[in-house]
Design a protein around this ligand. Sequence first.
Ligand SMILES: Nc1ncnc2c1ncn2[C@@H]1O[C@H](COP(=O)(O)OP(=O)(O)OP(=O)(O)O)[C@@H](O)[C@H]1O
Ligand SMILES: [Mg+2]
Length: 413
Amino acid sequence: MADRTHTLGLLLGTEEDWPSAFEALVRRLDPALRSGGDTHRYDVERITIEPFDLRQPSRYSLVVDRLAYWYYVPREWLKKVALLDEVYLLNNPFTFQSMEKHAAYCAMIRLGLKVPETWLVPYKQPPDNPRFPYTAAKYNRPFDLREVAGRVGYPLWMKPYDGGAWVGVSRIRDEQDLQRAYDESGQRLMHLQESIEGFDVFARSLSIGAETMVMRFSPDRPQHDRYSVSHEFLDPTTGDEVVTIGKVVNAFFKWEFNSCETLVRGSQVHPIDYANACPDVSLTSLHYYFPWAMTSLVKWSLFCTAVGRKPRVDLDTRRWYDVADAGGSYEDRLGAYRRMADEYFETERYAEFVATQLGDLEAVAHDYFSSADFDRLLVETVQSTFPAHEHEQFVAHYRGLLGAWVADAARAR
Ligand SMILES: Nc1ncnc2c1ncn2[C@@H]1O[C@H](COP(=O)(O)OP(=O)(O)OP(=O)(O)O)[C@@H](O)[C@H]1O
Ligand SMILES: [Mg+2]
């Protein structure tokens, strides 16, 4: 029986809120977990950026990344530690880089999910490449954008094939809108996508490892007000379908920290945006759900490292496609995908691990989220997010929401 200390690394950009909460929870819990005959203990560290020898072994057991999406030094470091050191990364860095929204649409259409009708159209402005004019003259077929839009049907959405943060997204009502948005798209490669009109619920599910939280979302509200605290806004069958879709996307791409957006209209669930690896988990957007996200991140990180879960950077698309091709109803296939996803996430083993080894975490979380320490973090976060004249209002707003979580958590215990 040996003592092993795991260092959990955080790769961060500008955020202070969730890393501070994550660090506080791990330190307060001070885990000593028994697995495989060893006792596993934990440190948390913020990773710094510096030159690295490709052969230098990594000190980290697991890394939570929120930076590599746009900063290439850590991005390449992540690939090195994934391939050379088998550090546990919450998202497969290879699919994360290569599978943007477009690839995710293609894969989920292949699995038979109800992705709205989507077309990709060539650039408005050609790429800046001296070979382009020759290639285009020879091979580009002239096309009528209006005809493509006509096939998709109005209203539709024009949005970048690899988009995020609502950049370049437009709702197109007619040919005039269409031409204007296309002219403005410049060198951005665009999709035209059928609009799911008159949907009943916009559900955003945040998945962290084996856990998924489905939240009611209003994308056009200001940041502090997008998630509403609302339970049972979907009937149980639809709610379960939304959870399944998120888990299937994640198990397929080996993403363990991702969000998935679905539009629910009647009994139909349409996934529209689900390649958001390392999603926003800030206190000011998640508010009431922030403690859930932080405790889930702690639980999954401890589980993966203590049981020695092996990170995966491959895709086993064939297994999924075999199910897609086996026939059966949509519900049958979804059921089979869900079993594969639960198998990938080791859902049962995880639940047992949490129940037997992390029994103290609930109490630790309850104490922390009602502590003066956390309140300080909340106030600092509000001060660094909102203009001065809004501080008082938003401190009260977030205290109310986090207080509601604390009260609900106490009732549930
Ligand atoms: N097919 C669709 N039907 C109805 N609404 C849509 C559709 N596609 C996009 N939208 C609307 O446009 C918004 C932005 O689209 P999308 O999420 O695909 O872009 P994004 O750039 O990834 O945005 P974000 O980063 O905010 O999620 C959605 O939140 C939704 O309100
Ligand atoms: Mg979106």
